[in-house]
Design a protein around this ligand. Sequence first.
Ligand code: DX5
Ligand code: ZN
Length: 216
Amino acid sequence: MKTEILPSLLAADFGRLADEILRAESSGAEALHIDVMDAHFVPNLSFGPDVVALAAKVAPGFYRNVHLMMTRPDLYLEAFAKAGAQTIQIHVEADCDIHTELKRIRSMGLRNALALNPETPVSGLYPYLGEVDEVLVMTVHPGYGGQKFIEECMPKVVELRRLRPDLDIMVDGGVNAATAVVAAKAGANQFVAGSYLFRQPDMRSAVDSMRREVSV
Ligand code: DX5
Ligand code: ZN
């Protein structure tokens, strides 16, 4: 499996968003993780399609992984696709027909992914495992950056890796140099890190060392 490190834009300095996107790109990270919150699925608001479009404009070659923490992602898929999303992650707990929306994301030429809240068991994904490109195992309760990694979610990563040895499995929330290794041992190959990476004065060396640590 390809190892990927994804800085989460939620932890960027919003006063310098374009520069922060460029800083993440020049860190050598594989993709930018963009967290979209609707103040309904989670108790917070963050970015809309315009921020995805900004990323596409300032760093066109930097892959855009868009995490929709939304009750009705189905109403916004076209807008995010048009803005330049390349992977769209929707939550299995969302209030829409998951089969239909996964199919729709692919039909727009994008990669699809299903995200799973900490309290949702892997069995919630069973009906969809044959039709996802990627699974996002949340390792915090979504809504805010800077929370503590919930290690109790690791058995879900182990189970998913056993069920689908070839699946891209991402972890998101409380990921730092140490917890990334815990997640990698469980079977994750994609690592989102917000506060840990954006607070580094030298993001490139932090990305390099995280990639080295999780690849062994
Ligand atoms: C949490 C978001 C995460 C968040 C992670 O709701 O989905 O992507 O940015 O932030 P850190 O890495 O600070 O826990
Ligand atoms: Zn996220």
